[in-house]
Design a protein around this ligand. Structure first.
Ligand code: NAI
Length: 409
């Protein structure tokens, strides 16, 4: 029968404390926290009692762990990446995986804006010099950002946010995106990347890593930039040919660069960082911390927790990374919501509705979405329902799992 509430959430790796409250926003949830990432045996035992688990990047969840956690209903990655979870294995077991990809948008946009200002004032060279005891007191090459042209490549969440901040500082904003994007304020879309490169004083990349963006900034493209322009990459390490960038920085064609992401990054604090860019003084190099702020951690905590809670109490899978997306809203008064991940084959809804009819239950609302081999159906039922309804649904051909939640009044 419907789940004996409250649900149980297991939170690992010190996810932000605000997650607890966000988890309870849709109904009671008991939260258990384990600091750090537990060893496999401890993890297995803790997962066996959890309805949902929240992890960060260190906890690996594979198929064999999932098999030992039959009650686990959803996984929240309280971070951006989801490589630490076997997404296909989770989907095949009817377990959606959520993350918080946009919680650090503002943090990156702020760092980019700060980098534009620091580069245009030629701060990196002056900082390196002053550390050596040299007093580079000069206005040469130093500019205000006002009325300068900022070229944003990729006008998505971060690019658009940056556009607003840069406009407020009086910059002329240009952007290029492969999708049609509505301009914020007076920002101007460019027809092509080439046009943007030859127009702007600062070019900043905010595109994802895709086959099309790999090595986007080749030596040729860097050469197309205006002499004395600046390049910023705080998106993904493989977008820029760093050897070509280092050469352009040394020749002076590029006056400065801010780089937060690299083709090869150390996996831990113990590994050394190596890059041809460390030979240059007109650079701001940072260790992939574009999105690393307390505010972003807090936003990740509430965002991922809200997605887990909404899935438990409503079956909402919007923004899940491995699941068809359904957002059915709250369960209506007097209704029982049936949630059924199933194999995406013809005839499933008919079988489900036939069963409801045989049981004398009225299907008051229904939602279905499919993606690849997986389907996710939700039916809101009214009427007297048998105590073994979950088992009867689970026995239908193609069902991966079945779960019921009653309206909360
Ligand atoms: P988003 O998905 O909201 O926006 C990306 C935009 O790039 C979209 O509008 C898309 O249409 C556009 N795009 C894709 N391919 C393109 C191409 N070939 N040319 C031009 N435009 C293209 O992504 P969001 O959240 O704005 O993130 C942007 C980048 O920032 C991503 O690479 C992300 O991984 C990176 N990032 C880096 C962080 C850091 O710590 N340094 C933290 C967070 C994000």
């Amino acid at each position: 029968m419907a789940h004996a509430q409250p649900f149980k959430a297991l939170l690992l790796e010190n996810v932000h404390p605000d997650a607890d409250e966000a988890l309870k926003a849709f109904g009671p949830i008991e939260v258990r926290r384990l600091s750090g990432s537990p060893g496999r045996d401890e993890l297995e035992a803790a997962l066996a009692e959890a309805d949902v688990v929240g992890i960060r990047s260190r906890t690996q969840i594979d198929a064999s762990l999932l098999d030992k956690a039959p009650d686990l209903k959803a996984i929240g990655c309280f971070c951006i990446g989801t490589n630490q979870v076997d997404l296909d294995a989770a989907a095949a077991r009817g377990v959606p995986v959520f993350n918080a990809p946009f919680a650090n948008t503002r943090s990156v946009a702020e760092l980019t804006m700060a980098s534009v200002i620091m580069l245009m004032r030629r701060i990196p060279e002056k900082m390196f010099a002053i550390q050596r005891g040299e007093w580079l007191k000069t206005a040469d090459g130093a500019n205000e950002v006002r009325k300068k042209k900022l070229g944003i490549v990729g006008y998505g969440n971060i690019g658009a946010q940056l556009s607003v901040i840069a406009s407020a500082l009086g910059m002329h904003v240009y952007y290029y995106d492969i999708e049609p994007k509505l301009a914020h304020g007076n920002a101007r879309p460019m027809e092509s990347l080439d046009a943007l490169l030859s127009e702007c004083d600062v070019v900043t990349l905010h595109v994802p890593a895709t086959a099309r963006t790999a090595n986007l900034m080749t030596a040729e493209r860097i050469a197309q930039m205006k002499p004395g322009a600046y390049l910023i990459n705080q998106a993904r390490g493989n977008l820029v040919d760093v050897d070509a960038l280092a050469a352009a920085l040394k020749s002076g064609h590029i006056a400065g660069a801010a780089v937060d992401v690299f083709p090869v990054e150390p996996k831990s604090k113990d590994e050394r960082f190596e890059s041809p860019l460390t030979e240059c003084e007109n650079v701001i190099l940072t260790p992939h911390i574009g999105g690393s702020t307390a505010e972003a951690q807090q936003a990740i905590g509430t965002d991922a927790a809200t997605k887990l809670a909404k899935y438990l109490y409503q079956g909402a899978t919007n923004f899940a990374v491995n699941f068809p997306e359904v957002e059915p809203g709250p369960v209506g008064e007097g209704r029982t919501r049936l949630m059924v991940p199933h194999e995406n084959r013809p005839g499933f809804l008919r079988r489900l509705n036939d069963l409801a009819e045989r049981l004398g239950a009225n299907v008051a609302a229904q939602f279905l979405q499919t993606e690849g081999e997986l389907g996710f159906a939700i039916a809101d039922l009214e009427g007297e329902l048998p105590a073994d309804l979950e088992d009867q649904v689970a026995a239908l051909d193609g069902v991966i799992r079945a779960r019921l939640v009653r309206a909360r009044i």
